[in-house]
Design a protein. Structure first.
Length: 270
């Protein structure tokens, strides 16, 4: 399973769009892995998770052919994870040479936002309403199970458990401590990679987003319950400049715990 990290920042990006804090100034000065755009991944070139406003930048920077993507999983409707107006650019008068629909999967509010921006009945799209804990299968045989996140109480925010060719990925972005229902579903499951939110860095608290302590506690549980497979990996992402830790600082903190710190453009093979 190939996981391409397109963006690894929280909503404001890093440096923040309008921010002059010392951590944003330092990121501008250092560049490289300290420059973070809004979070998204592509799996095996055909499955994308979330559609942030930086998607166009991502395809230019990493030389991505977005037309190869066949499936789009949406975690929730926040603007840093879903920019539905850009989906319109896939219509025939704006995009040529496309021979398959883009299947979009999400909960009701995310799908509703898409329907305001695109003709969801057009042959270029397939729109699918998903429900927590109800597994569905993609056209290539990949099995996906939406799980509940602890994020925005005003909508149903989702995580995704993705199974393909004997490999499994837990996409745990934009959540604090997993809800009990999600922990219950994960009981007895195992995975090769868990991508975990680390928005807060060293800041205390597990609600809505996770911090370093929460990531390490989740890893302890994963190991104690044999959820993380042999040679499995925890990868952190979705960092905010408010956490006050640049990429090197995060790497130094997580290295002793064998946890990877994602950066924009990083490709991981499991």
């Amino acid at each position: 399973m190939k996981i391409h990290f397109l963006g690894t920042a929280a909503a404001e990006g890093w440096p923040g769009l309008f921010c002059r804090c010392k951590y944003c100034d330092k990121a501008r000065e250092l560049g490289g892995k300290n420059i973070r755009t809004r979070s998204s991944v592509i799996i095996d070139d055909t499955l994308k998770v979330d559609f942030p406003p930086d998607t166009y930048h991502h395809i230019l920077r990493d030389n991505i052919d977005l037309a190869t993507v066949k499936h789009l999983l949406i975690t929730h409707s926040h603007s840093d994870h879903l920019q539905p107006t850009d989906l319109e650019k896939r219509m025939p008068n704006l995009a040529h040479g496309i021979d398959h629909p883009l299947d979009i999967y999400g909960h009701d509010l995310a799908i509703q936002n898409c329907s305001k921006a695109i003709d969801i009945n057009h042959e270029r799209f397939g729109v699918h309403l998903v429900q927590p804990f109800k597994t569905f299968k993609l056209s290539d045989g990949t099995e996906v199970t939406p799980l509940l996140a602890d994020h925005d109480k005003r909508e149903t925010c989702l995580l995704y458990f993705i199974e393909k060719n004997g490999k499994s990925l837990l996409y745990g972005n934009d959540t604090g401590w997993f809800p009990d229902e999600t922990w219950d579903w994960l009981e007895g499951k195992s995975f090769d990679v868990a991508i975990l939110d680390c928005t807060k860095g060293p800041i205390e608290g597990y609600r809505n987003h996770l911090n370093i302590e929460g990531v390490l506690k989740k890893k302890e549980i994963f190991l104690s319950k044999q959820m993380l497979r042999e040679n499995g990996k925890i990868i952190t992402t979705h960092f905010s400049h408010n956490c006050g830790m640049l990429h090197e600082d995060l790497e130094k903190t997580f290295l002793p715990h064998d946890v990877l710190v994602a950066f924009d453009g990083m490709v991981y093979h499991s």
